[in-house]
Design a protein around this ligand. Structure first.
Ligand SMILES: Nc1ncnc2c1ncn2[C@@H]1O[C@H](COP(=O)(O)OP(=O)(O)O)[C@@H](O)[C@H]1O
Ligand SMILES: C[C@@](O)(CCOP(=O)(O)O)CC(=O)O
Length: 873
């Protein structure tokens, strides 16, 4: 392998363009850009066979000693051709090509030494931001470099490269000026001509143009810098492969042609839709809609425009930077940099402009951003389709015209993987047909109250102004809550609002803390709605069936609805709703995810270190294989169909326990006995994997499936015993089901008491089951026969057409009776009766709260069903 720095062969070309030999004695003009692009010539590298396209030297090594090439990491003829070509079109003395745009930046940043400082713009591509943050944190770099981009991405701010370069050189003569030129490509801008020292491009974009390769290009004129870059590339081994060098060389030939076409169409698109465009150059434009949900709808409604990150491809792309390319910049930083959450980025390709415009127009219409003005017979922009109703609602939040929002969410049973799931192992869990219900009702005073019937009929009210608002860092609409809880807010609520509670009621403390944290975090600016929140559950609380997650889901959904952070979708037309699911599945995934994020926040307050499996089941319902993100395996969840056909008996030992403590206990055991616990975690992962395979296998005979699951239940329970989370009462439930009935049982949830789950085989006689249930009751346990895999989060439709009138409520009326089409924002409820506070009841409003609080628990499912149509995830 060559010991010397490499690939500086690109220096060998002559600028301007090599002139083809001419018999005529007159001077030729230098070739124009598009000709330069299409003409790949290097007089120093004539092909031995006269091939008109540069061949791919697909070889790692070259034979011989002391030759020009010996090892492809260090130098390869295809790459040399490419680099020569790039140097030519970039007005550069040197060009290097590496494996991606980020690799190019990385190679450049390695010029820095500890103590050096980088000055960068405030609108940087998410990946650039991430890499700079990493370098700052890990390499201790503190102004040796000025990093610029023009136009910026995605806000298209223009940077005066020439002036800035001049100023920098006056103030810090040694600072290296680096320019990311990806948005422009050398066709539109050659920053080396304006004082930049180094220019890099993600060649994945315009330079290659077809999104069929990843590549980065670094160009410079300074020999000292070129030497450093070549050294890094050779040492790191990230130089571009021969095949990608070939593809990039081929892409560059059409650069000017593509860019011309893409720019023309961009201009047309920008003018046609009358939306904000930052600059007329390039083929990327972005615009705001004023509403994140509207932007999402527009993006989702396009067909020809591909929803994708990146740009520079011949195919047109549409994206929302805040949730895609720039999602790795946290929400607070995005907000501070003025990067709008609703921004839509269009990257225009080479399709027929009329098709692109048609598609965009359809998407804008479908999303409700524009509408046909019948009088003028033309499409006009709807300034903000939700603005009027939102403004009305916003006023309502402090007035007397509010909605009651009624929501519900199921509990869960974990069949395999509890506790281990906290540490990254996959858990297999499903929803149970026991639910928590949450209702927000407006108040006419300045008070916030909670009523937790299941926690010793706990009721408390707070003066809204007395809550510790100073400690709150507001979360903008559409922004995500950070992964960490805001400890300052928790401490402030604990020291004020919680400190005034009766000290004996610990469970009510934590539920109140979680609710107040969500209430404050989800409030919008100074609009702090006066309301009561009542929660009731058909689930046993604190028994391992996820009552906390279903409570958290109800609180998160209700408060997001009250604060208009969720917009219910328009409902399917009547002829569609009576098909497979009768219109039940009316809540789309993005809304579910939004609720799940905040349900997880509340779970963190209640549990300390939850895995997120409980709240995911509470929101999404069904049966899931759930793996927490952030460990060695990929996080995520996947539905499991086979689980739904299983029958389970859940038995509450009635031994109270504290999930937070049990989870912390396992964490401590892992810290003290890592080998033991890691071994157990590995085994539980195998159990979950095995169960998942068995449940997904359509060929596996039913009895083989059931006996496999029984064996896995026994094995998993054994591991939970070793982890120290069983309890004598759970062991006695196991004993009873095993010896007298031959059934397999394990603890479920956090253990330490709480519930056990028993798999009931298909052929288990009803009589036997009754006998088992009786015996368990006699032993003072509480059994529940449950079906699994039902719906997740439910929201009682706020549309009056979907509500059953008070005279028919509770008589089992058809909950799916009258679906309507097309309404996006629920109409406000007229004349609400004020339940708490001084105002007197008003006519025409029939509040749910009194009956909700008075109905016996066992009647809740039927009563809630009779209220009208429920929309489910
Ligand atoms: N219906 C409810 N009303 C109010 N808070 C509830 C309700 N259900 C659960 N919680 C909260 O969740 C806690 C129980 O959580 P946890 O111990 O994890 O039990 P589980 O296994 O039932 O989820 C309660 O102490 C309470 O703070
Ligand atoms: C023990 C654990 O795996 C499940 C806890 O369930 P529950 O709170 O006992 O319903 C913890 C978690 O996954 O967050």
């Amino acid at each position: 392998m060559a010991p010397t720095p490499v690939d500086t062969k690109s220096r060998l070309h002559d600028l301007p363009t090599p002139e083809p030999e001419s018999p005529f004695p007159r001077t030729r003009k230098p070739y124009r850009f598009s000709t330069l692009c299409a003409t790949v010539e290097n007089p120093d590298m004539k092909d031995q066979y006269g091939s008109s396209s540069v061949p791919i030297y697909q070889t790692a090594t070259f034979k011989g000693v002391g030759n020009e090439y010996d090892y492809t990491r260090s130098g390869n003829p295809t790459r040399t051709h490419l680099q020569h070509h790039l140097a030519k079109i970039s007005s550069a003395g040197h060009a290097f090509t590496v494996s991606s745009g980020m690799a190019a930046l990385d190679v450049i940043l390695r010029i820095l030494k500890p103590g050096d400082e980088v000055i960068a713009g405030d609108d940087l591509y998410g990946g650039t931001n991430r890499l700079l943050t990493y370098i700052r944190k890990h390499v201790g770099v503190i102004t040796a470099m000025v990093l610029l981009e023009s136009p910026t991405n995605p806000l298209l701010k223009i940077v005066d490269l020439a002036t800035i370069s001049k100023d920098v050189k006056e103030i810090a003569p040694n600072a290296v000026i680096v320019v990311d030129n990806t948005m422009m490509s050398p066709y539109l801008q050659r920053p080396l001509e304006h004082g930049a020292d180094i220019v890099y491009d993600s060649a994945t974009k315009y330079l290659s143009g077809h999104h069929d390769l990843m590549a980065g290009v670094v160009t410079c004129n300074r020999d000292d810098i070129a030497k450093q870059l070549a050294f890094t590339i050779n040492s790191v081994g990230n130089a571009l492969t021969p095949i990608d060098s070939f593809l990039l060389l081929r892409g560059i030939k059409t650069l000017a042609l593509r860019m011309d076409r893409q720019q023309q169409t961009t201009q047309l698109v920008a003018e046609d839709v009358h939306l904000r465009i930052a600059d007329g150059n390039g083929a990327v434009l972005s615009f705001e809609t004023g509403n994140k949900e509207l932007s999402e709808k527009i993006v989702a409604a396009t067909r020809l425009w591909g929803i994708s990150v990146s740009f520079g491809c011949v195919n047109s792309l549409i994206s929302m930077p805040c949730v895609m390319s720039h999602a790795s910049i946290d929400a607070a930083t995005r907000a501070a940099r003025g990067l709008p959450e609703d921004l839509i980025r269009l990257c225009v390709g080479i399709e027929d402009p009329n098709d692109l415009l048609d598609d965009l127009e359809h998407a804008l219409l479908d999303a409700g951003a524009i509408e046909l003005n019948a009088a003028q017979n033309k499409l006009v922009r709807v300034r903000d389709p939700d603005a009027l109703s939102r403004a009305v609602h916003d006023l309502d939040l402090n007035g007397d015209q509010q909605l009651e929002w009624f929501v519900s969410a199921p509990g869960k049973v974990i069949l395999f993987g509890e506790h281990a799931v906290v540490h990254g192992v996959t858990a297999i869990a499903a929803s149970v047909d026991l639910r928590c219900y949450g209702l927000t009702s407006p108040r006419a005073d300045d008070k916030l109250s909670v009523h937790f019937n299941d926690l010793g009929d706990f009721y408390h009210e707070w003066d809204i102004h007395s809550l510790p608002w100073d400690a709150l860092t507001p979360t903008p609409v559409g922004a995500e809550h950070s992964e960490e809880l805001d400890q300052r807010l928790i401490e402030a609520i604990t020291a004020t609002a919680i400190a005034e509670l009766d000290q004996d009621k610990k469970t009510a403390h934590s539920a109140s803390l979680a609710f107040l944290y969500l209430y404050m975090t989800l409030a919008r600016g100074d609009r702090r709605p006066a309301l009561n929140f009542t929660a009731r559950s058909t689930l046993p609380v604190g028994a391992g069936l996820g009552s906390s997650a279903s409570f958290s889901t109800c609180a998160a959904a209700a408060l997001q609805l009250v604060n208009r952070r969720l917009s219910l979708p328009s409902l399917p037309a009547p002829d569609v709703t009576h098909t497979s699911h009768q219109g039940r599945r009316a809540i789309p995934r993005d809304i579910a995810e939004e609720v799940n994020r905040y349900a997880f926040v509340a779970e963190k307050i209640l549990h300390g270190n939850p895995s997120g499996v409980d709240n995911s089941v509470a929101v999404f319902g069904g049966a899931l294989a759930y793996t927490r993100a952030g460990f060695e395996r990929d996080g995520g969840m996947e539905g499991i169909q086979g689980f739904k056909s299983l029958k389970f008996l859940l038995t509450n030992s009635k031994i109270p326990r504290d999930t937070k403590k049990l989870v912390a206990g396992v964490g401590e055991k892992k810290a003290n006995e890592p080998e033991l616990v890691n071994g157990i975690l590995k085994s539980i992962q195998s159990i979950s994997d095995e169960a998942r395979r068995a449940l997904a296998d359509p060929e596996l005979p039913r009895d083989a499936l059931l006996s496999a699951l029984n064996a896995l239940i026994e094995e998993n329970h054994g591991h939970l015993v070793t982890l120290g989370v069983s309890h004598p009462a759970l062991e006695s439930i196991r004993e009873k089901t095993k010896t007298a009935f031959g059934l397999s049982t394990k603890l479920t949830g956090a253990g330490g008491g709480g519930c056990a789950v028993t798999l009931v085989p298909d052929d288990f006689q009803d009589k036997e089951l009754e006998r088992l249930i009786d015996e368990l009751i006699r032993l003072d346990f509480k059994p529940y026969l449950t079906s699994v895999g039902g719906s997740g989060l439910g929201i009682l439709s706020p549309y009056p057409e979907h509500r059953t009138s008070s005279s028919t409520r509770g008589r089992g009326s058809d909950p799916h009776a009258v679906p309507v089409d097309g309404q996006v924002t629920p109409p406000e409820t007229p004349n609400p009766e004020i339940v708490d506070g001084a105002a007197s009841p008003q006519a025409g409003f029939d509040p749910l709260r009194p009956t909700f609080e008075a109905t016996v628990t066992t009647d809740l499912p039927e009563w809630t069903t009779g209220l009208g149509r429920w929309l489910y995830v």
